[in-house]
Write a protein that binds this ligand. Structure first.
Ligand code: CIR
Length: 241
């Protein structure tokens, strides 16, 4: 993890043993919410491989295996594809396309995709081609100042998005309700919605208070070591039915 990719975050020492404990606790929280955990083997040669979200976009109908924008991360898709092909028909993003799963926010039958330093127009086009036959529309979204679209916005309720307004424009989602992150917690817009629970980072207590004030049930999880690697809550899993 010490050799992880970093784009908007300064490098600081990562306690790998603590990261392991946090990861175990994260998996336990998902399991407590009814998820069946499929755990992949560690990839010691791939420093960002804990962030499996970036390697695949899984829908009910198919899985799109990405081609991560960071070259150091391309081999991560092999083990993920080998596992996912037991659950879905897999379609691969091919070069020169690049796509990171962290850029893909699904809201109903729409996939909003961040045009980031990791996901390019060709990758987004290939995703759109793969999902169109299944009735999904792909909507490219401009993001600024953060790594991925889901660093800036995630879904926390049927009609509610958690958002950092500095990084993405809420006009992209007309008709949705918004909960803005607390100003002192810019990284707190990343959350995973599982059933009626919102899994959220323990590093965002003020934002958590806003979620709770909106009537949401929040499960805080400490992912401090993943955050030093510019990862967050959604990055550490690929959640599918
Ligand atoms: C990277 O820069 O690719 C990793 N250090 C962090 C990836 C985080 N993934 C995510 O937000 N989906």
């Amino acid at each position: 993890m010490a050799r992880c990719e970093l784009t908007h975050v300064a490098r600081s020492p990562i306690d790998v043993e603590l990261a392991r404990q946090q990861h175990r606790r994260y998996a336990d929280v998902l399991a407590s919410l009814g998820c069946r955990i499929i755990e992949l083997s560690a990839e010691p040669a791939l420093p960002d491989s804990v962030f499996v979200e970036d390697t695949a976009v899984v829908l009910d109908e198919i899985a799109v295996i990405t081609r991560p924008g960071a070259e150091s991360r391309r081999l991560e898709t092999l083990s993920v594809a080998a596992t996912l092909q037991r659950h879905r028909r897999c379609v691969l993003v091919k070069g020169p396309g690049t796509l990171d799963g962290g850029d893909v926010l699904r809201v109903g039958r729409r996939l909003f995709v961040g045009r980031s330093s990791r996901s390019n127009a060709e990758g987004i086009r290939q995703l759109a081609d793969a999902v169109a036959p299944h009735g999904y529309e792909v909507v490219p979204v401009e993001v600024r100042g953060c790594l991925h679209l889901k660093s800036a916005v995630t879904q926390v309720g049927a009609d509610t998005l958690l958002i950092n307004d500095d990084w993405v424009d809420r006009a992209t989602w007309p008709g949705m309700r918004f909960i803005p992150v607390a100003p002192e917690e810019p990284h707190a817009a990343n959350a995973a919605c599982i059933g009626d629970a919102v899994v959220h980072s323990a590093s965002g207590p003020r934002t958590r208070a806003r979620l709770e004030a909106a009537g949401l049930r929040v499960m805080p999880v400490d992912v401090s070591e993943m955050e030093k690697a510019e990862g967050a809550i959604t990055c550490c899993s690929v959640i599918f039915a």
